[in-house]
Design a binder for this molecule. Structure first.
Ligand code: MLT
Length: 401
């Protein structure tokens, strides 16, 4: 019989968001009349903006004619999208990168997991807690030693460099689930740590579009020296509604080196390029055309409106909960509001209470790590109507009787 990768047996039975979806479906099946509002998984509700839809429609028309039809594209992505990213996401913020340092993909979830393919199983991995569960799960699958960096309300849920060695460090800023954003000084401390320890930083910036304070860095490459120690992951999912159409990118600078066990230096860009071209056949042309359209003047205007829409929801949630006496984090520079559960309830007890009494679905904080126990995440990605209704239900249930 075939041997399995036994590391998989170390994983929890089910991925966090699958468990939540199952619980919600079971409740809905038992209570078909219930109007359940989901503020759980961070899936967007606002449609692709008109500029994106037009670009995709034009691309479909191109694909329908023999003269303009395209088959396999470059695995790394089309020039038009990579150039737009270089210009708008980086040059505009004072960061110079080359086109062959950008790799277009089908999502940051895949990228943050797949990056492990090019990194040794003997690396020690440091992962802040609470954080997006994909980092832990994919490193458990790879059999790496994981060292958790617990964070707490007292430190604003910010992970600082530890006093022990790690070879790989995941950072997510703005953080999913707490909404915490690492400022320039905090990121610089991580870059210094990486340089000192010879560590690789895996910087997940999927939520950078929610940052409104111009003083806060949106890219780790705004910190001097980061090109020699960091890979960055960015996504169009939350920025522009691509959760269903799938488009993201990873930046793997050419200055970034790893080494063999014998100490021979190897370019991580070369390895990622090799992995990407072998295991991935490119994001669809139609989708990349849509993504490029968000960088046009019209596209920028339209996605800003959508981002403002979600920000309004975040504020609505944060204000309503604060008024009710909940302790809240995030909601600013982030689509997530992170709240402390009332009356010492565990995260899952609070999940059940919300589902059963309010018919509102959120995400239990403990699903993001042990330090998330006693906390809960609500997303701003619902519609205004659903968000308002959910907060009305909170007021009715948790308001002074
Ligand atoms: C979340 O809810 O944390 C995200 O939607 C998950 C993801 O982006 O994969």
């Amino acid at each position: 019989m075939v041997l399995i990768n036994e590391n998989f047996l170390q994983l929890k039975d089910s991925y966090l968001f699958s468990t939540i979806a199952q619980k919600r479906a079971a409740y809905q099946a038992a209570h078909p009349e219930a109007n359940v509002i989901s503020l759980g998984i961070g899936d967007v509700t606002q449609p692709l903006c008109p500029a994106v839809v037009q670009a995709m429609t034009d691309a479909v028309a191109e694909m329908s004619r023999a003269e303009t039809f395209r088959g396999y594209g470059p695995e790394q992505g089309y020039d038009f999208l990579r150039q737009a990213i270089l210009e708008h996401d980086y040059r505009a913020r004072g960061v110079e990168l080359d086109e062959d340092e950008i790799f277009i993909s089908d999502g940051s979830k895949s990228d943050t997991g797949n990056i492990g393919d090019i990194l040794g199983a003997a690396n020690i991995v440091a992962i802040p807690d609470p954080v997006y569960p994909v980092y832990v799960d994919t490193n458990v699958m790879a059999g790496r030693e994981i060292k958790i960096l617990p964070t707490s309300a007292a430190g604003g849920f910010c992970a600082a460099p530890p006093d022990f060695h790690a070879d790989m460090v995941y950072l997510c800023s703005p953080n999913n689930p707490t909404g915490t954003v690492l400022d320039r000084e905090q990121l610089a401390a991580w870059v210094n740590y990486a340089k000192r320890e010879g560590a690789l930083l895996l910087f997940d910036a999927a939520y950078k579009a929610f940052i409104t304070d111009p003083a806060l860095p949106q890219s780790i490459y705004e910190i001097p020296g980061a090109k020699e120690c960091a890979i960055e992951f960015c996504s169009f999912s939350k920025t522009a509604g691509f959760t269903g159409t799938r488009c993201a990118f990873a930046v793997v600078p050419k200055a970034l080196m790893g080494q063999t066990a014998a100490g021979e230096k190897v370019s991580l860009n070369t390895l990622w390029n090799r992995r990407h071209s072998t295991k991935f056949n490119g994001t669809p042309y139609i989708v990349q055309r849509g993504a490029a359209a968000i960088y046009t003047a019209e596209g920028q205007k339209q996605i800003r409106q959508t981002l403002a829409y979600y920000r309004e929801n975040a504020l609505l949630i944060k204000n309503a909960l604060t008024e009710l006496g909940f302790t809240c984090f995030g909601g600013e520079h982030s689509p997530y509001v992170w709240l402390q559960t009332p009356n010492g309830l565990t995260s899952w007890e609070f999940f059940d209470l919300l589902l059963e009494k309010l018919n509102v679905v959120g995400t239990p904080g403990s699903g993001f790590g042990a330090s998330g126990e006693g906390y809960f995440r609500l997303t701003a990605f619902g519609s205004h109507e659903q968000t308002t209704e959910a907060m009305e239900r909170f007021k009715k249930y948790f308001g002074k009787k």
